[in-house]
Design a protein around this ligand. Structure first.
Ligand code: TXE
Length: 488
């Protein structure tokens, strides 16, 4: 694949840093291509382009902005298969997922915010002899910092509301998955987006830091690790930027005795092994009531045995490759710590080498299930970000709520029960930004997504994102006269 570059002023541009980095195919361990890293000089040109783009875009009628975004959504959908294959090449995730989730969920977001663009409104306040109105205005140039698990979806989830609200965006994909954000930039341009409104820069955290520290940038939206969120928020304070953070999690799934066990097993598999476990909202602490624990584990292992690991481009594959050798080793080290801590390894627990010579050196690990005896074990507390499920046993409702909430994270939670009162009673007590009852990881763009506590700040999707990508201006209109303010 050809050398990857930057995108600003409506077209592909050479970077001038002289630095290139490689992007690796996780399924084979081979280099896909080189990517140019942006320099400070490049960033100045990108910001200049974004300023020009913002000026044009923010003065356009919102309904026209919506029309351009609608066109972008339909072009994106028309290129689903090509972009899904490219995302698989870059991330190692199975094609069976990318074909139905990654591009489609990005297009859904662009389509949803295209419809909202002309509906963004303020308020009118009758003050008697005078009146006031409140209007929502764009922030200016917003920066998106992407993670590597859903590169194209993240680029869409950040750019769609930003652009619908009249902002310009500079997006930096993760250095581990640089390939699809540029395609989105080309699609936006083809749809009629003015030059400079959506720009893509490539590089590591060094380039991310250039964005966070630049005073021309009004807002940062990050998806990434908790540690990164803290660094970005601290650095953004220097120029008092708006910040939204989508960070990690170690979310609970709670399965009560009256749950449909097969559906609970399906939910636990969906919430732990889909995208080989590289999903921030995964329910990796599965609390199962003691009375159904054996039946749950038996069916879970039976279904997990059927999962096929291997070449992500094979439509039969369920478990693809982890993003990098380093990440594979991180996940394997957690598995080893689980074995050392005395948890019972019920299934998996090893690196996997497909027989196919093309993928035998890929970064594969078996879907792994631990029956954990202590909530304090590392594998039951820390985000592993791989296909490693910890199963914990509980007896009482108030006990499991306390244990589920006993985490620095608060991203998501799942509750499986057929008792509707219990479902809402428990969800009411869970400290999590997104909760699912009798399902898991379903994230329609219409509803907000984001976490409590260390899992982040702010929300993506839904109308909530409009509040994060606009600022309110109050206008007071005097219809009478103004008197001299002092007596006499
Ligand atoms: O995130 P990183 P990565 C978590 C998960 C995973 C970890 C690493 O725990 O193990 O994040 O994933 C840029 N200033 N999630 O590498 O390292 C960086 O270049 C400015 C959860 O994706 O946090 C990248 O573009 N920018 C997540 C982006 O920030 C900086 C999904 C994220 O990088 C920066 C994926 C800095 N100081 C991983 N440091 C989710 N919530 O879905 C890094 N970056």
């Amino acid at each position: 694949m050809e050398l990857q570059k930057l995108f600003y002023d409506g077209k592909i541009q050479e970077a001038t840093s002289g630095n290139v980095f490689q992007t690796i195919n996780p399924a084979t361990g081979e280099v896909i291509c080189n990517v140019q890293e942006a320099s400070e000089k490049d960033m100045e040109l990108v910001i200049k382009s974004a300023k020009a783009g913002f000026s044009k875009w923010s003065s356009m009628a919102p309904v026209e902005r919506g029309r351009i975004l609608q066109r972008a959504a339909s072009i994106l959908r028309s290129r689903n298969d090509e972009l899904a294959a490219l995302e698989v090449l870059d991330t190692g995730k199975p094609i069976s997922e990318a074909m139905v989730v990654d591009v489609a969920s990005g297009a859904d977001a662009i389509e949803y915010y295209a419809g909202i663009a002309a509906a963004i409104h303020g308020a009118y306040h009758d003050l008697g002899s005078s009146f006031a109105y409140v209007r929502r205005q764009p922030l200016g140039i917003c920066a998106g910092l992407g993670a590597w698990n859903y590169p194209l979806q993240i680029a869409c989830w950040k750019s769609a509301p930003a652009l619908a609200c009249g902002n310009a965006m500079i997006f930096k994909p993760s250095e581990l998955t640089p390939l699809t954000a540029i395609k989105l930039a080309e699609i936006y341009t083809e749809a009629g987006l003015p030059n400079g409104v959506f720009n893509v820069v490539q590089g590591s955290s060094k380039v991310g830091q250039m964005l966070v520290s630049d005073s021309s940038i009004a807002k940062i939206s990050l998806t990434g690790a908790v540690g990164t969120g803290k660094k970005v928020m601290a650095a953004a304070a220097e120029t008092l930027k708006h910040v939204t953070l989508e960070l990690g999690g170690k979310s609970p799934i709670i399965i009560f005795p009256d749950a449909n066990i097969e559906e609970a097993v399906n939910g636990a598999i969906l919430g732990n092994f889909y995208t080989q476990g590289e999903v921030c909202s995964n329910g990796t602490r599965v609390f199962v009531h003691r009375s159904i624990k054996d039946a749950f584990l038996k069916l879970l292992i039976e279904k997990t045995k059927r999962l096929k690991i291997g070449d992500p481009m094979n439509e039969e594959t369920h478990i693809g490759a982890l993003i990098s050798k380093e990440h594979l080793n991180k996940v394997l080290s957690y598995i080893e710590s689980g074995k050392r801590d005395g948890s019972t390894l019920c299934f998996g627990g090893n690196r996997y080498h497909p027989k196919d010579p093309a993928t035998t050196n890929g970064f594969f690990v078996e879907p792994t299930i631990f029956d954990v005896s202590s909530d304090d074990d590392r594998i039951a507390c820390e985000e592993i970000f791989g296909p490693v499920m910890t199963v914990l046993t509980f007896d009482q409702e108030d006990e499991v709520i306390q244990r589920a909430n006993n985490s620095a994270f608060g991203l998501a939670a799942g509750v499986f029960t057929s008792d509707i009162k219990r479902a809402h009673r428990v969800v009411n007590e869970l400290n999590a930004g997104v909760c699912w009852i009798n399902n898991y990881n379903i994230t329609p763009v219409e509803v907000p997504f984001g976490g409590f506590k260390q899992s982040g700040i702010g929300r993506e999707n839904g109308w909530a994102a409009v509040h994060h990508y606009t600022q309110m201006k109050t206008v007071y209109v005097e219809m009478d006269k103004i008197d001299y303010p002092y007596p006499g």
